[in-house]
Design a protein around this ligand. Structure first.
Ligand code: KE4
Length: 428
């Protein structure tokens, strides 16, 4: 029997962890398999408990942009260990990371460290409500901003995968003040502001959506949001937990020439350690305790070991040509996949930007949640299974992003395309 150790571990896990996993999408339910347990990862590969080796396109859901167990980062962290790894006090490390972030993303004049993307987004939301004195918010169908109550209304990522856009446990009165619009639909946003005059604190958006699969903003969408928020004295929040330091060194906001009032970060800035951050205009961020009346705190915020990992990661990302290399490698893979599917005449759409992409099993353009949901998730599940058998680890859900790292080689791309030939042959 295959995956003996993973099966055994999963049986043990289910006795003590809900669903046997610490995050739903890892359960592989959307792709009809039991989850594989990973024992180690190096470079572009992950290794399962039974010794299986896979080219990794999950990349820990985005953080591992350098590849796994990067030598430079490892050395920095092992040096740091001897100094202890959590003090509950201010350190130079958190100052240096905040400085790096603020320099790379000028709209983040002040930056507060937290321990996850969820914390970053929920804190930014509280700041927007506290700064404007308004309660309602606008989010977009299919976008995911972590699991804070206000965001689990037509959320993306795991919630879409389970087809449960609203979560149990979210008080109806709270859900009612989360207004939802289709991604890329400026008119819907204007209408919501018109219907809720002077009541909307903020609009929160992924500048490139990564949680319904990769969905790009249409020309003028983000700029239009900036204008609508400005005209209605509401704050624009860019959730750059995925895109921050993933698309370019800094925020995706630079690509789209938009200046949000607040930005949320996570994933890459921690390099795989638990780090999130939020920040923005000084006038807004100075409302946060201990300066102002908006409270937010965290035992492990700015954790020295996590800061070390983040700093070492960003140091390497500052090297010349890094993002060009990532983009060329990703474009090469996506072009190869495009060629394969057109030779076979199958209905597939690929959305790609920088080093993130999604192959949707649909023949139509994917520009929002509604169009993403038209994808054939059964076909995706079969494709996933075949690719896994061939040694390629894709996200176990149609509604996630694939990520390429600096550790991915031309050989990895070749082997991925070979696996795709067999997978698509078996499917069509
Ligand atoms: P975390 O709390 O998971 O660190 O971050 C929440 C979050 C916030 N904003 C965006 C745009 C995000 O993509 C995320 C988390 N992403 C998912 C996968 N797309 C994390 C994977 C998981 O939930 O297991």
């Amino acid at each position: 029997m295959k995956n003996v150790k993973s099966k055994r571990l999963f049986a043990e896990a289910k006795k003590v962890i809900p669903g046997g996993v610490n995050s739903p999408v890892r359960a592989f339910r959307a792709v009809g398999l039991e989850p594989l347990f990973v024992s180690k990862a190096r470079g572009s590969k992950v290794y399962d408990a039974d010794g299986g080796i896979y080219i990794d396109y999950v990349s820990s859901w985005g953080p591992m942009i350098l590849g796994h167990a990067n030598r430079h980062v490892r050395k920095a962290m092992s040096r740091a260990l001897s100094r202890g790894w959590s003090y509950g006090a201010a350190t130079e490390l958190e100052v240096r990371l905040a400085q790096k972030i603020s320099k790379a993303i000028p709209s983040m004049e002040l930056v507060r460290m937290v321990s996850s993307g969820t914390e970053a987004a929920m804190s930014a939301l509280r700041v927007a409500r506290g700064f404007t004195g308004r309660d309602k918010i606008i989010k977009f169908e299919g976008c995911y901003h972590g699991h804070a109550d206000s965001f689990l209304v037509k959320a993306g990522s795991g919630a879409i995968t389970f087809g449960v856009p609203d979560s149990a446990g979210v008080p109806q009165p709270l859900a009612a003040i989360t207004l939802v619009a289709p991604y890329n639909d400026l008119e819907a946003v204007s209408t919501l502001f018109h219907q809720n005059p002077s009541q909307i604190a903020c609009v929160i958006v992924e500048p490139v959506a990564g949680n319904m699969g990769v969905v790009l903003p249409r020309q003028g969408f983000l700029k239009g949001l900036e204008e609508i928020c400005h005209n209605n004295s509401a704050l624009l929040i860019f959730d750059e937990v995925i895109t921050g330091f993933r698309l370019i060194y800094g925020g995706g906001q630079k690509i789209f020439d938009v200046t949000p009032d607040l930005t949320c970060l996570g994933k890459v800035i921690g390099g795989g350690m638990p780090v999130g951050a939020y920040g923005g205009r000084r006038e807004v961020m100075e409302k946060i305790a201990p300066l102002g009346p908006i409270y937010q705190a965290g035992t492990l915020s700015g954790n020295p070991l996590a800061m070390t990992c983040g700093l070492a990661t960003l140091e390497l990302l500052q090297q010349k040509g890094v993002y060009k290399k990532l983009e060329l490698m990703t474009k090469g893979l996506c072009q190869g996949l495009e060629d394969l599917v057109s030779q076979k005449g199958v209905q597939v759409r690929i959305n790609q930007i920088g080093s993130m992409f999604t192959l949707f099993f649909t023949g139509e353009e994917v520009f929002d949640y509604g169009s993403a949901k038209k994808s054939d998730t059964n076909q995706y599940a079969k494709y996933f299974q075949r690719m896994l058998q061939a040694g390629v680890w894709l996200p176990p859900s149609q509604f996630e992003a694939c990520f390429i790292s600096l550790a991915h080689s031309r050989k990895d791309v070749e082997n991925t395309l070979k696996a795709a030939v067999d997978a698509l042959d078996a499917l069509f």
